[in-house]
Design a protein around this ligand. Structure first.
Ligand SMILES: C[S@@+](CC[C@H](N)C(=O)[O-])C[C@H]1O[C@@H](n2cnc3c(N)ncnc32)[C@H](O)[C@@H]1O
Length: 186
């Protein structure tokens, strides 16, 4: 567990994650999604939250970086600075997250670093998100071949949810992977 003084240093240093290949790849999968409520975890610039706004009545974005939320390029009405969905008391039809998935020894940049095997932070985010997925809901997250993505899928399944890879995209240095999570009985 990171000491709070170190966490503050990490957050101060962090800057807004500008939309990148992984953002656009997840954006492609938002087409056709609609419903009452959607949650964008780790919303960063607000690029994806902004897309969800057109087809959902209520859209909430969360991010652990306060500075990121203050500086958002795509301003979102409902943003909360917290770990994943920890501060929320609501279920969502759709949850999305472009995870910080890089395998790293420590968390220097909260926007990208996932900790050991790229699992530590994603597991923390997913554990917090799953209880907020409505019964017929869908949770989409982006991960990568640069992390132990099969370990992450096993982790989700161990929580009694269905998880499957629905798309892959090869880049020069990695393969982006989109995982869809649903309740077992949905
Ligand atoms: C890869 S960036 C994605 C940003 C944006 N969603 C996008 O796709 O362009 C990951 C974001 O997750 C945020 N983040 C990291 N750890 C988090 C956590 N435990 N809870 C909430 N947000 C977190 C970071 O601050 C960063 O904005």
């Amino acid at each position: 567990m990171m000491k709070s003084s170190n966490l503050q240093k990490t957050l101060k240093k962090s800057e807004q994650y500008l939309p990148a290949e992984d953002t656009f790849f997840l954006a492609d999968h938002l087409e056709g999604l609609s419903g009452d409520s959607a949650l964008d975890i780790g919303c960063g610039s607000g690029y994806l939250t902004d897309i969800l706004k057109s087809t959902f009545r209520l859209v909430v974005g969360t991010d652990i970086s306060f500075n990121t939320l203050v500086e958002q390029n795509f301003k979102t009405q409902n943003v909360i600075c917290c770990n994943s969905a920890d501060a929320l008391n609501l279920d969502f039809d759709v949850i999305i997250c472009n995870l910080p998935y890089l395998a790293t020894d420590e968390i220097i940049d909260v926007a990208t670093d996932g900790g050991k095997d790229g699992l530590e932070i994603p597991q923390k985010i997913i554990s917090s998100a799953l209880p907020h997925l409505s019964k017929q809901g869908k949770f989409l997250f982006v991960t990568s071949s640069l992390s132990d993505y099969m370990g992450l899928i096993d982790f989700v399944q161990s929580k009694n949810f269905k998880a499957k890879i629905i798309d892959r995209k090869k880049l020069f240095y990695e393969e982006l992977i989109i995982v869809e999570v649903k309740h077992l009985l949905s």
